[in-house]
Each structure stands twice: as C-alpha cells, then as structure tokens.
Design a protein around this ligand. Structure first.
Ligand SMILES: [Ca+2]
Ligand SMILES: [Ca+2]
Ligand SMILES: [Ca+2]
Ligand SMILES: [Ca+2]
Length: 271
C-alpha cells in the first residue's frame, strides 16, 4: 500500500476516534456531562439518552428524616438516589447520587454507617465477582472479590444482622487487586437536584478500565449501598465480549478503504 494512503487513513482514523471520545465522560464529580441537571425539577434525574439507555440507570430519589428506604430505614442522609452506567470501548463509567456524606463515620453503636463499595455481578447470578473501593487510601482500586461484608436486613426486609440479604453486599472484605480506575466521591454537598430542592446530595463518579474484567462479558449488575445496606441501588449495563477493539478498527479501516476506492479509484493507483 502506498505510504501516502497509509498516512491519510491514519489521520482519518484518529479523527474518528476523537469524535467518538468527545461524547465521553470526565471524572470530576460534576454530572452535567451525563446530561443531569440541578434545576429543582423531577426530570433533573433523567440522563442524556444517547449516553445512558433506559435500562442502564435507576432513579430512587426519596426524602424526609428516618423514612423507609429499601430495604432499611434512614431517610435522606442514607438515600441511594440514582445510579447511571455507560460503557465505551475503553471503560465502564459509573455515576451515583446519594444523600450519604463520604465522611459519615462507621459507628454502629451510634447508629452511623459509612459508604459501601461498588459491587459488580457478571451473569446476574448473585455472585459479585468484582468490587471498586469508594473511600480511603484504596479509593478507585478494583478487586476480584473473595468475600464481602453485608448489611443489617434480611431478605424479608427485617432487621436481622445475623442473616443479612446476600443480594446487597456492602464493602469489600477480601480480594485481589486487578487494576485501578479513576474515582471521585465529592466532599461538599449540593442542593436543587430533583423536586426535593432542600435535600443535600453527594456524587460518586468513576471510570473503570475494561481490561480489569478480562474473561468476563455480557450483562452485569453494578450495585451500591452503605455499610448498613439501608438503601441499595443498581443498574445493568452490558459489556460486549465478542468483538475486540483491534477487530472493530480493522473492519472500520476496510470500510474506509472501500469508500475511498469507490470515490477515487485513481488515487489508489498512484503514489
Ligand atoms: Ca463528570
Ligand atoms: Ca432511594
Ligand atoms: Ca433524596
Ligand atoms: Ca456473578
């Protein structure tokens, strides 16, 4: 193939990559890039549909003091309000909005429970294979998880710390680190998101490299709750596993060559 043609094709591919990435997410704790708003309206919670399809997010905004969440109680201070997921060719992106401050201490004696970790279940079979730390020195690290901690509530939603619902893992208990992502849990709260305009919200925004999920593909659950599991929330993105990145680039290159050949057959013959 003539060198000029290779250079032209490379430039075209770089342009294509740039335009794809332009629609992507910046991990900065601001969720405007997800299409979310702070206008004091219920539809502030609705993301950009081109980024997040309806089945890849969940909104459960609650309000009040000591109101029932699910499966436990706690009100706005423990409200898991919304989770959004988005997968591109490189990363899994997660956005979570919660009333739980990242500085909430773990002190069960004082009825205080800190944030849990993201728990990821491939296959939707209730076994959470991966976890992402959301707080502390290991924030953003991804683990293949051997054991989880659990919350205070059983499968009937009754207070039963000795027989917790295993569908709501809280924090990573043990595991092997398989990679590291970017993760921000905002320290300062904001208001005016959704119809309960006085309620305080915090954000966790993360980008996890898909390479950490080597060997796993298909639909999976991304789950989050706090260490009491008073309010759990999850979404179900899909990780394509059959078409690898080099293959799609190769197919794209073939397609571009075909187009170029149709438009300018002479150009391909001259150097
Ligand atoms: Ca952002
Ligand atoms: Ca909720
Ligand atoms: Ca709320
Ligand atoms: Ca699983």
């Amino acid at each position: 193939m003539p060198r000029k043609q290779i250079l032209a094709l490379s430039a075209l591919l770089i342009c294509f990559q740039a335009s794809v990435n332009a629609a992507s997410i910046t991990v900065d704790g601001n969720l405007a890039d997800w299409g979310l708003k702070r206008n004091g309206n219920a539809n502030d919670w609705t993301p950009n549909p081109l980024l997040v399809p309806p089945n890849q997010y969940k909104v459960e905004d609650q309000t009040g003091l000591n109101t029932r969440l699910f499966p436990g109680w706690g009100g706005q201070a423990y409200d898991a309000e919304a989770i959004y997921t988005f997968v591109d060719s490189n990363s899994l992106y997660i956005a979570l909005v919660t009333g739980l401050s990242p500085n909430t201490p773990d002190n069960p004696a004082a009825n205080s429970y800190g944030p849990g970790d993201f728990a990821i279940d491939f296959g939707g079979d209730g076994s959470f294979e991966f976890g992402v730390e959301t707080t502390g020195a290991n924030k953003g690290k991804v683990y293949q998880v051997v054991a989880w901690d659990y919350g205070l509530w059983d499968t009937d939603g009754e207070y039963n710390p000795n027989n917790p619902d295993l569908a709501h893992p809280t924090s990573i208990k043990s595991g092997t680190q398989v990679g590291i992502g970017q993760l921000i849990y905002t320290n300062s709260w904001f208001t005016n998101m959704g119809e309960y305009i006085q309620d305080k919200h915090y954000v966790i925004e993360a980008a996890i490299p898909l390479s950490v999920f080597d060997g796993f593909s298909g639909k999976f659950d991304v789950h989050w709750t706090m260490n009491c599991a008073n309010d759990a929330i999850w979404a179900d993105p899909i990780l394509p596993g059959t078409v690898s990145e080099p293959t799609s680039i190769a197919l794209l290159a073939l397609g571009l060559f075909a187009m170029a050949a149709k438009r300018k057959p002479a150009a391909l013959l001259t150097a």
